[in-house]
Design a protein around this ligand. Sequence first.
Ligand code: PEP
Length: 251
Amino acid sequence: MADRTSYLAANWKMHKTTEEAERFLAEFLLRVANSGPEVVICPPFTSLNVTVELCFQSPVRVAAQNMHEAEQGAFTGEVSAPMLLDLGVDGVILGHSERRQHFAETDEALARKVPAALGAGLEPILCVGENEAQRDGDRTEEVLTRQIQADLADVPDARLSEVVIAYEPIWAIGTGRTATPEQAQEAIALIRSLIDARSDTAATAIRILYGGSVKPDNAAELISQPDVDGALVGGASLDPDDFAAIVEAAG
Ligand code: PEP
């Protein structure tokens, strides 16, 4: 791997009350070293506040799972970047496949959300990935190219390296069916080449993660691939021991 600090993000999805978040952090924070991979917890909105408070003065940072691109307005049920910053949140997952699939998140919206997050000072974690039919139909390259080009279209080249990208093949999310290390490497190398077409400096610096059924026993092999800079972890991040083991595997 080039000189890029590994990055491990826990996507809790719609799991954990504030009390459950507190219990997780009481155990997990004891196991996180001050040096090593960057670690980011992404709780649901309702547990952001307690997570920010408990991670204060720890090396662990906090990201939300979605945001609206506008600063404020008549958007019932939405949350803006300034609201997340107000809580002390550091970043935000954007374009997770569950949002694309169940909440009609589009590349057009992401083309607005990613620069809005960056402009506000939040680190975007942009998720991309193909579904099973697209992989079986040999369309992985086409899908990743379209998503990366569209979603990052309005990010200036000079700021591309501030985005974290997560390659998450949809067929591997929550299914227990992990991509092979070779499949993860191939897709992530393709994504890096798409960034390189815009800026070779950004391509060298940008962190690109793998996500999809990462567990303590497969994390090390996936993350040791030359272009894989870490992982976005769903199910296994709900257990403090499992997520700590994944962080240790990346270290
Ligand atoms: C995810 O939700 O981003 C994810 C990768 O989930 P899982 O690890 O459960 O497949």
